[in-house]
Structure formats: C-alpha cells, structure tokens
Write a new protein. Structure first.
Length: 166
C-alpha cells in the first residue's frame, strides 16, 4: 500500500505479514527472472561461451527496465532496475545494494541505451528494504523497492507500464 509519510512523501508500506523470508525469497527470484529475461543487454550462452552480448530490441516489456544513475547519465550507471506494478504506479525493484543508501541524487532512466533517455529521468524519492538487509547486509535479502517521483504530471507506470505477477 502506498501511504504519505509525515512530510507528504508517498512511500510503499508493506503489511508486516507480507515481509516473510519466503516472500522475500520469491521477490528476489522474480526480480532475477525479470532482469535475466528482459534486460537491455543479454548474455549469450552459446558454444563460444560466456561474455558475448547483443542489444535487445525495444519492446513493451523491455522499456520498463532501465538504469540507475547518481544524478545524471554523465556520472555513469551503477545498477539496473525495473518498474513493477503498484497501486500508485510509481515503484521500481532493484538489488538492495544498489538502493541501500539515502536516495539523494539517484535517478532511474527506463530504456536507457547509449546515452538515450526516451522516457525521461525519474527521481528516486524513497527506498524500502528488508530489515535483514538493512541490519546485516544479508545477501539472501539483497532486494529493494523504490518509489520514484512523477515526471510531467505522470507516474512512471502510466508511461512505460509495469511488470506484474499473478
């Protein structure tokens, strides 16, 4: 559920029963599947071996995946993330180690490729991590959600859609 905190910032608040180890493991697995199937650059597993890559064509599934930057593309991207379905239409998922600091200048650019920002630059407003990651950086809980701010009056899910799970 998306709620407003004391400062009027919209945050994703998960009910306590949702944040069980089994559900976090499922979220991590789902995130890994999304990232491996729909990333902008895929690794080829052919007889030649690992390390060969190619560019994936832009589709409605791949535009919701993008890069995280510290401030702007000129600073280089440091991780990827994907838009996930949420009531507020403003949530992305990534590894917790990518989002575990105060968002500060972090921005998300969906469908980023070779300096192109076809769907704009979206500010990361707030992150949500499992307490096991926050307290211990337990790699079994290395997944986080983030709320991104609107751009030109629209939420990100209105622009690039979102990944949904049954």
């Amino acid at each position: 559920m998306v709620v407003e905190d004391a400062h009027g910032v919209r945050v994703l608040q998960l009910p306590t029963p949702w944040a069980t180890p089994a559900r976090w493991a499922l979220a991590v697995l789902a995130w890994l599947v999304v990232m491996s199937v729909g990333s902008a650059t895929a690794v080829a597993l052919d007889p030649v071996g690992l390390g060969r890559s190619w560019t994936v064509s832009e589709t409605s599934a791949t535009v919701r995946i993008g890069a995280l930057f510290n401030g702007s593309p000129s600073n280089g991207h440091f991780c990827t993330a994907s838009v996930v379905d949420s009531p507020g239409g403003d949530v992305i998922i990534s590894a917790a180690h990518c989002l575990s600091t105060t968002p500060g200048n972090t921005v998300f650019i969906p469908a980023y490729h070779n300096g192109q920002e076809p769907y704009g630059v979206w500010p990361v407003l707030h992150t949500i991590e499992d307490p096991n990651w926050t307290a211990n950086t337990d790699p079994d809980y290395d997944v986080a959600f983030a709320v991104v701010g609107p751009l030109h009056g629209k939420e990100i899910q209105q622009v690039v859609a979102a990944t949904r799970w049954p």
